[in-house]
Write a protein that binds this ligand. Sequence first.
Ligand code: ADP
Ligand code: ZN
Length: 623
Amino acid sequence: MDALRQVWGFDSLRPMQAAAVRAALDGRDALVVLPTGGGKSLCYQLPPLVSGKATVVVSPLIALMRDQVRGLELNGYPAAALHSAVEPEEARQIESQLVSGEINLLLAAPERMVTTGFRTLLARLADAGRLGAIAVDEAHCISQWGHDFRPEYRRLAELRDVVPGTPMQAFTATATPRVRQDIIEQLGLHDPEVLVGTFDRPNLTYRVRARQPGARAIQQAAEAIARHKDAGEGGAIVYCISRKETEDFADGLRGMGLDAQAYHAGLKPNQRDNVERAFTNEQLDVVCATVAFGMGIDRSNVRLVVHAACPKSVEAYQQEAGRAGRDGEAAECLLLYGPGDAGRWTRLILGDHEFGQPMPASTRAQLELIREATRFVALMECRHKALSTHFGQEYEPPAGRHNCGACDVCLGETEVEKDSARVAQIIMSAVARLDQRWGASHVADVLRGANTEKIKSNGHDALSVHGLLREHAKGEVQMYIEQLIAAGALQRHLNDSGFETIRFGELGNAVMKAEEPVTLARPMGSGTVRQERERRSSKRPAEVVILDADEKELFEKLRAVRLEISREDSIPPYMVFNDATLREMAKRKPSTDREMLSIKGVGQAKLEAFGRQFLEVIEQGDL
Ligand code: ADP
Ligand code: ZN
């Protein structure tokens, strides 16, 4: 507790953190699964301060490592990272500081961990009794069922032979029970303490809408952004599949007077850095990005995340959408779904895989993940519940509520198909006429009366079902097919070469003869948004700080000081102090160093570095 207060300025550990720190201090293996914002880093940063032994942390990105080391140093906690941008001379110095005990936290990339040089270092530390634990951050990267599979993570298990007996702790924000098991097996965790936090994010409102064609999709995003502009500060991220789309969205939004920039891997590194920095520093409010954007983004007041297309997995969705509302305040996640989305991801994943050839298991797994994401979008089931279930947890609506009150489904923003039974029968007969040998997209094309090459060359335009659902959008028909699969009327079959067909399921004949009732539903038109009954916050009541008008004014002044410091010292504002800390200052108005230290997030080092400037502003405000 002393270390926690002194370094981070926090007065307590969250329950899962306490259990994780305990496990680490007991020298146990552990798997810690906490959602974004749950406070994972503290779980491996704190134990070295108590045990006096070093923890070596596997981290996937240089940017993440740098940020973490920077943040720790501001707290007066010496740490270092070893990666490709570190000069050999500096690396040698870091190594000797580790051995001597001047540094107790080292971050490194997985590929470096398995090099001979690094193994030697680990063995040396262990021999000197200096190695406390190995922590694996973003541990889902080890699983082909994870959304960020990184083969080099697979070799981490080798470290167990290099330093036998050294406890290993794995951390991730996204783990289905399947990924969880995979992490434990792949890393060879021994009798691990498994700690899994609650995945639901009550402060997020999830919405799914049909994406309008062309530029109207940009308009949809703009309308959503406008919903949040009124709330004042706050950023928005628009995720697109392709680089070109990020540019189109950014151009379109700028044309509507919004401050938007594109971000993708095709930009020059310095351009990327500029966009990232401007967004983090709150000088830019809208970023239209590919999924390359985000891993290191620590801006806590993102109020909106738009997916301009269906994401490639539910895990990826949870992670990307989860960048909204990290401060615990209400935020929105809007997913714009189009009929071609799953097909685009499939083509990207298949890449140059030759049609008809057997597929590697990891490719099959990725295709399965796309299918799960499609299902998530298409089933008109509470989104909070669907996400919780996906992560193996039961969902409980907030106290006193019969539903979440924070998703399109529970807010009544969906429409039931009036003609459900008839539409279902039509879809079933199309599947039958197509000899149960075609995929969902083709079935939908036939029903909509399309004239694709595939339809013409197979003579499917001559079928009696051709064009029977002409008045329905393709995305809608695909959603209905998905709903019929969930209802057991249809089922999906994937053959060895990745070709997918839709067949009759257990209840197929019953639905076809209208003996079994089915209800089909779709998202409402794009513009309509039902008002949520109240703004929700994920914070426990004790953590919520509500400001009156005067305090709000002081808060703004404190933010201005923060921005000044951030510019002068070139550190992102949130690293100086986060909003929660400034809010508490505005409320409690500390006037002495001692009082300042009692504010959550103010530790000894930051008090010395920045305390004076904030105290002065508070004092002036009090006159
Ligand atoms: P994660 O890595 O799980 O996404 P972080 O480690 O970034 O989460 O922590 C999320 C936020 O919660 C940070 O702003 C951090 O300062 C804050 N935090 C973490 N632990 C505590 C605690 N025990 N008390 C108060 N705030 C905390
Ligand atoms: Zn709901």
